[in-house]
Design a protein. Sequence first.
Length: 179
Amino acid sequence: MEAEAREQQRPDFDTLLREERDYQSAYDRKVSQALATARANWEREQQGELNRRQAELEAQANAQLEQGRQALAQQQREFDARLRQVAVAQALQARGLDARFAPWITGEDEETSAQRVEQFSQLFQAALSQAVSGRMRGDSPPRAPEQPPELTRENLRGMSPGEINRNWRQISSLLREQQ
């Protein structure tokens, strides 16, 4: 009974706030302060999340940028190597050598490539001279180049079809001249 009497004497919270304006003002201030604190905490968390995401995106963009730079640098190195190879091929042709040697002679830079072209040219000329002089000293003299026989209409009659095919350019020019 006593507990019930006390319960009846005590007003509930809503009634207390409605009847006492000071309590209502104090309660409103506490709620506003709690809301302001909660909002500040939420904004701080959101800003932290935003900063974390921004840092991740920047790191990802930097990684992609670095990969792009590396790929571009590799392409530049390959392009420079091809240019050096073309320059070496031109230098070889200028010396009367075959340009197909260029991939094996091309160096890491222009100076090295120029040195290799010079060395190759000297070595090739020495090997060529040695081969020619070795053949000249042989037991038999060098063979004279074969001269095709002079063609006439009478020679054509005695030629086989294979001989005609081998000498077709001369035969066609002979036939054009005699017409």
